[in-house]
Design a protein around this ligand. Structure first.
Ligand code: NI
Length: 382
């Protein structure tokens, strides 16, 4: 395929990208975004398959020959961030921003649909295009699965733009790509007293401090040094005034990892340390452990099929400690996920930062990855 084919409708796709960037919407509130995508697909004469989703949608293109069903996924939601860029198409919705570049993802998917409409003869099978809501707040992929939106899909392909990589690069590999993401909360229950009468208290602040210190040993003393695992305490709360020892204290944070066996190890030690430290001070704790997203793990054979069919040289990825709910699909549907360079400047802001900028020039690469990757999957699954 001549690479110019991927950029044939690029002016229209860039215009759409700017529209989405100017009109970002939070998770589960992507009503205008869904309406816009629907309008565009209706104008193009693309079939939209009815689903039970409140936001987001599913479109379909059938090839000229029967064959396997491949799903292509882009997320469509934005973040509660005040945009601080100099883009002429910056957000018009104050306090909401496409700071993760999902505008690039959905525009690339639209460009891919446009391509396949011109080239249905290349498709031996059926393509289902998923515009997924609520990736950021979590739960979007779960909704899609619970509402049976992807029934019949045999393989799924997706990507995340990556501002740390220059435009023109694609990074992927079989196996891990992005971290599993867990949330924990620990509530310590002691006994409050006057600040001048500590003997009458069971001071939860002392327990809080001891727990925080001990959590630092979970990774260093229990995890195989070859594995990457993060345990971060990100918020604490206890007391309100200078002369009262409070009765309760809370702390919480996140755990990131790539190997599921490490999740079990971290969970066990986190709960036991909290309980035993509290018991030593005659206090009680409640620990909540919440699995948010699993690690993204690319299917080995499907990933090879995608890589073999890409005409862009593929780089080995730097694993990301961020989480992505594409992993949720991979529990049920084997999938392939890549990073596509969207900036690459040495001072490029990262995902979720108010200064985040992804370049329009990424879009033809996003389309090329989707097209060539999908055709690779169709060939393999046939
Ligand atoms: Ni994202």
């Amino acid at each position: 395929m001549d690479e110019k084919e991927y950029a044939k409708h690029i002016d229209e796709i860039v215009e759409l990208r700017h529209y989405f960037h100017q009109h970002p919407e939070l998770s589960n509130q992507e009503f205008n975004t869904t309406k816009k995508i629907t309008e565009v697909l209706n104008n193009w004469g693309v079939k939209i398959i009815p689903t039970k989703l409140d936001t987001g949608l599913l479109a379909e293109i059938k090839g000229t020959q029967p064959g396997p069903v491949v799903g292509l996924r882009a997320d469509i939601d934005a973040l509660p961030v005040y945009e601080n860029t100099k883009l002429v198409f910056k957000s018009q919705n104050a306090g909401i921003m496409h700071a993760c570049g999902h505008d690039l993802h959905m525009s690339s998917l639209l460009g891919t649909i446009r391509f396949f409409q011109d080239h249905q003869d290349l498709v031996n099978g059926t393509l289902r295009f998923l515009f997924q809501p609520a990736e950021e707040a979590g739960g979007g992929a779960d909704q899609v699965l619970q509402k049976d939106v992807l029934s019949g899909v045999q393989a799924l392909i997706g990507f995340h733009n990556n501002p740390n990589l220059p435009v023109g690069t694609i990074a992927l590999q079989p196996g891990p790509m992005m971290a599993g993401c867990y949330k924990f909360d620990i509530k310590i229950k002691g006994q409050g007293s006057h600040g001048a009468k500590p003997e009458k208290s069971k001071d939860p602040i002392v327990v809080l401090a001891a727990i925080i210190s001990s959590l630092q040993t979970i990774v260093s003393r229990n995890i195989d040094p070859q594995d990457a695992v993060v345990v971060s305490v990100t918020h604490v709360s206890a007391g309100k005034v200078w002369n009262v020892i409070p009765g309760e204290a809370t702390l919480g944070g996140t755990v990131r990892l790539f190997n599921l066996k490490d999740a079990a190890i971290v969970k066990k030690h986190l709960i036991e340390l909290a309980q035993r430290i509290a018991a030593a001070y005659e206090e009680k704790v409640e620990v909540i452990w919440d699995e948010r997203t699993l690690p993204i793990a690319n299917d080995v054979k499907l990933t090879q099929a995608v890589i073999n069919n890409l005409s862009i040289k593929v780089q080995k990825p730097v694993l990301s400690m961020a989480g992505e709910d594409f992993a949720t699909y991979q529990k049920q549907i084997p999938g392939v996920f890549a990073f596509i360079g969207s900036n690459g400047k040495s001072d490029a802001a990262d995902w979720h930062e108010p200064e985040f900028v992804g370049f329009d020039e990424m879009l033809p690469i996003g389309i090329q990855y989707f097209v060539e990757g999908t055709l690779g999957l169709l060939k393999y699954l046939k």
